[in-house]
Design a protein around this ligand. Sequence first.
Ligand SMILES: Nc1ncnc2c1ncn2[C@@H]1O[C@H](COP(=O)(O)OP(=O)(O)OP(=O)(O)O)[C@@H](O)[C@H]1O
Length: 253
Amino acid sequence: MSLLKVEGLSKSFKGLQVLKNVSLEVEPEERHIIIGPNGAGKTTLFNCITGVLPINEGTVSIQGKMIADLPSHTRVSEGMSRTFQKNNLFGKLTVEENVHLAVTARKSYRFKLFKSLLSYKDMQQESQDLLKEWDLWERRNQTVDELSYGEQRLVEIMLAIATKPTILLLDEPTSGMSPAETIQTTKLIQKLPRTISLLVIEHDMEVVFSIADRITVLHHGEVFLSGKPEEIRNDQRVKDIYFGGGALQRAEA
Ligand SMILES: Nc1ncnc2c1ncn2[C@@H]1O[C@H](COP(=O)(O)OP(=O)(O)OP(=O)(O)O)[C@@H](O)[C@H]1O
C-alpha cells in the first residue's frame, strides 16, 4: 500500500484552475521529487496535500486513511510534516530553543495523558542529538535571526524531522542557499533514514538527480510525466518542452 496517495486532485482560485486531476503516490521509503517550471502548481499541490488549502476535487490519503478533510495541524499525528519556501521559525529564540520547542511539542501532543512521565532530560538529549546530526551544534546558542539564510533553512528541515514524520514534504529545500550549503543540505537529506519517505519540490537538477528514486514533472497544473530518474533524464519531450536541454545537461555533467 502506498504511504501517500493523491487521486484526481483539482484546485481552482476564483475560476483559475491551477491543479487539474493530479494523481501521484509516495511508496514507503521512497524519495519522490516534483519538478516543473515556475507557476506549474507545485506549491499549491503541497498546500492541498498538507491541508493549508482546501481542495475542490479528489482525495488525499495516508496509508489508506482519507485525510483531505482533516485540519492541517492534525496531519502531523498522521505522520506528515513539511517545510515552507519561506522560513517558519522563531527568529528571536536560539537554534537550540527552536529545536527543543519542536521536540517538546511532539512529545506533549502524543503523550499528553502522561505528561508527568516526560523526562526533560530525554527531550534535551534528543534536541542535542538533532543539532549534532544536522551540523548545527556550533550554532546552538545563536538566535535564528543571526544565522545565514541557508542555515535557517537547515534549521527548518531539522524541526520538521523533530516531529518524527513518516512522510516529509520539503518545498525547495536548497533555494537561496550558497553552493556549499546546497551540497551540505543534499548530503544531509541523503543521510535521512529510509523510514522517512520524502516528497520534495526542487529546481536544482543536481540536487534532484542525487536524491530522487522517482520524479514527477508537473506542467500547467497537470502531471506531464512520472518515472524513474533515468526515464525523466532521457525523455526528449521533457528535455525539449521543459528545460530546453540546459538544466538536464548540467546535471548530467
Ligand atoms: N492564493 C492564490 N490565489 C490565486 N492564485 C494563486 C494562489 N496561489 C497560487 N496561485 C497561482 O497558482 C499558480 C501556481 O502557483 P504555485 O505557487 O503553486 O506554482 P509553483 O509551481 O510552486 O511555482 P514556483 O516554482 O515559482 O514556486 C500560479 O499561477 C499562481 O499565481
